[in-house]
Design a protein around this ligand. Structure first.
Ligand code: CA
Length: 363
């Protein structure tokens, strides 16, 4: 098997045609509406209706047996020679209507790197951090599909000073698209049934705005102007599992999985055509299942199309940091016109890329 053999789900608008849910295989795409309308993807009415939707939410709501059945039918169609179209002939659209967006802070090395930069001489890791995956709610409506340019935001960069950020950063993260919907809590051992697939996320961050606003309630406008997510969602089913790193002590019962798993996504951060860093998601302290269990333990509803992201994936060595702030030790930030590309690969499965160019701030 090669990387090109793995299916991913997305939504495309082929040149001159309607938008459609689509399957991607390497650099080729199969928009699913035409074959579904021709009866080539089976006669299950729920599935037919889900394929007619402009996003993947209804398909996600149908659950894992339906995702697997559809993948099998798509594969069969391709095997019998159904034509695919080049990805280059399609516009990639945001594949899900993001219901809710949570961003975690699951990398111990990122917490330590940032603590040293922002709070030198103080403990980097707060007492709560090893007891729970710490996170915050982001802004679902400003999640954009990879390729969308991102305008430099304005905000209070210093007390009373409204200006365009002078410290625009990227954060390289792995994201998880959730569903079907469930009333919380979702048990840590049930997490795999409620994660549809995996994406790459760039959590754009304006560090000067963030630094002034984040005490005591956490990130807000320094993050909410844009979050980029890759256009193609790789089914969790398709990805090899890895063994999570050891935790410093056993967490609370609801965070203890019978068979702990994580993903080892080899990530790559490119800025202005130069690869600056290569972190790996298996270094994260908290696992995806622990994040999902924690996110819903209070009874919070999970909705098909929820997105949660891991938080910046960082290592401790030079060349493994997950943000430009860490790479440049607080001295280097994104310039107007600069393009950021994040790429990921999990085993032999390419997760694609998420791309974004910085636009000059609005006047
Ligand atoms: Ca983040």
């Amino acid at each position: 098997m090669t990387a090109a053999d793995h299916l991913a789900w997305g939504v495309v608008r082929p040149t001159g045609a309607h938008a459609s849910i689509a399957a991607r295989l390497g650099d080729r795409v199969l928009p699913l509406r035409p074959p579904a309308e021709a009866g080539l993807l089976g006669h299950d009415l729920d599935l037919r209706h889900a394929i007619e939707e402009p996003t993947l939410n209804a398909l996600i709501e149908l659950g894992r047996p339906a995702w697997r059945a559809l993948a099998e039918r798509v594969r069969h169609l391709i095997d019998v020679g159904h034509p695919l179209m080049p990805l280059a002939f399609c516009e990639e659209l945001l594949p899900v209507r993001i219901a809710d967006y949570v961003d975690f802070y699951a990398s111990l090395e990122h917490v330590e790197n940032f603590g040293r930069l922002w709070r030198p001489g103080q403990p980097a890791v707060h007492e709560n951090w090893r007891h729970m995956p710490v996170g915050y709610h982001g802004r679902a409506s400003t999640v954009v599909v990879g390729g969308t340019p991102v305008r430099r935001p304005r905000g209070q960069v210093a007390p009373g000073e409204l200006a365009a950020t002078r410290a625009l950063d990227l954060e390289c993260e792995v994201g998880f698209v959730c569903g079907p919907s469930a009333r919380g809590p979702v048990a840590v051992d049930d997490a795999e049934r409620h994660i549809f697939g995996v994406v790459l996320v760039n959590d754009w961050s304006a560090r000067d705005i963030q630094r002034f606003e984040y005490v005591p309630l956490g990130p807000f406008l320094g993050k909410s102007f844009a979050t980029s997510m890759s256009a193609w969602i790789t089914p969790l089913d398709a990805l090899p599992r890895a063994t999570p790193r050891a935790q410093d002590f056993a967490p609370a019962e609801y965070l203890r999985a019978r068979e702990p798993w994580t993903l080892d996504v080899a990530l790559e951060i490119e800025v202005g055509g130069e690869v600056l860093s290569r972190p790996r998601s298996s270094w994260l302290y908290w696992t995806p299942a622990q994040m999902l269990a924690h996110m819903t333990v209070n009874g919070a509803t999970l909705t098909a199309g929820d997105l949660f992201a891991s938080g910046t994936v960082s290592g401790s060595e030079p060349g493994t940091e997950g943000s430009l702030g860490e790479i440049g030790r607080g001295e280097r930030w994104l310039a107007d016109g600069e393009e950021v590309v994040l790429r990921g690969r999990c085993g032999d499965v390419e997760l694609g890329e998420v791309r974004g160019q910085v636009l000059t701030a609005a006047p």
